[in-house]
Design a protein around this ligand. Structure first.
Ligand SMILES: Cc1cc2nc3c(=O)[nH]c(=O)nc-3n(C[C@H](O)[C@H](O)[C@H](O)COP(=O)(O)O)c2cc1C
Length: 180
């Protein structure tokens, strides 16, 4: 029960690759990576610490495999669990809808989750609107990554965010700082 469950959906592979890069930092033996296309609600029972990775597609829409799982995710009981989010998007190409899917997923999970961690500053991004913003605060609901426009910043952002959630998840295992 002490392992982290990292659930992701990915159309083009970017979020899948990010999942692997997070696991490298937190320890590959500490993280189970699960494709949302292959899981059932029961898989969520195995973890009390979760990272949910979701890209936004098609003008503010949820990635297709997450979309197919949406009724199930609404039925998952996250009580007793600590949850963090990672969102991927394109701030210049889709600046009116930047990371919207991460915000929509957060809105579902927060209804039952005990604790959300991994909030992340909105500074350093250039976009018009996002459903992933925490209302009234200069924060996203989770780590914001942009492999289309700011891929060169991803490695440092991952190191910083993993350090943050290593503390927030209260992990005893060592944290690996990696340049990748
Ligand atoms: C057709 C298309 C639509 C997209 N729509 C959005 C969007 O509405 N908001 C956003 O932030 N990013 C959008 N993106 C960017 C993707 O979220 C981004 O490329 C992401 O890294 C894809 O992740 P994946 O490879 O894991 O599916 C879009 C990309 C494409 C090609």
């Amino acid at each position: 029960m002490s392992k982290i469950g990292l659930f992701f959906g990915s159309d083009d592979g970017n979020t899948e690759f990010i999942a692997a890069r997070i696991a490298k930092r937190l320890g590959e033996d500490q993280v189970d990576i699960l494709d949302i296309a292959d899981v059932t609600q029961l898989d969520f029972l195995d973890y009390d610490k979760l990272i949910l990775g979701i890209p936004t597609w098609d003008f503010g829409q949820i990635q297709s495999d997450w979309e197919e799982f949406w009724d199930d995710i609404e039925a998952v009981d996250f009580s007793g669990k600590t949850v963090a989010f990672v969102g991927l998007g394109d701030q210049f190409g889709y600046g009116e809808f930047f990371l919207d899917a991460m915000g929509l997923l957060h809105d579902v999970v927060i209804k039952t989750a005990d604790r959300i961690v991994g909030y992340w500053p909105t500074g350093g991004y250039d976009y018009d609107a996002s459903k992933a913003e925490v209302s009234g605060e200069a924060l996203f609901v989770g780590l914001a990554l942009d492999e289309d426009q700011q891929a060169e910043l991803t490695s440092d952002r991952l190191n910083q965010w993993c350090q943050q959630i290593h503390a927030e998840f209260e992990l005893a295992s060592p944290l690996n700082e990696i340049t990748d």
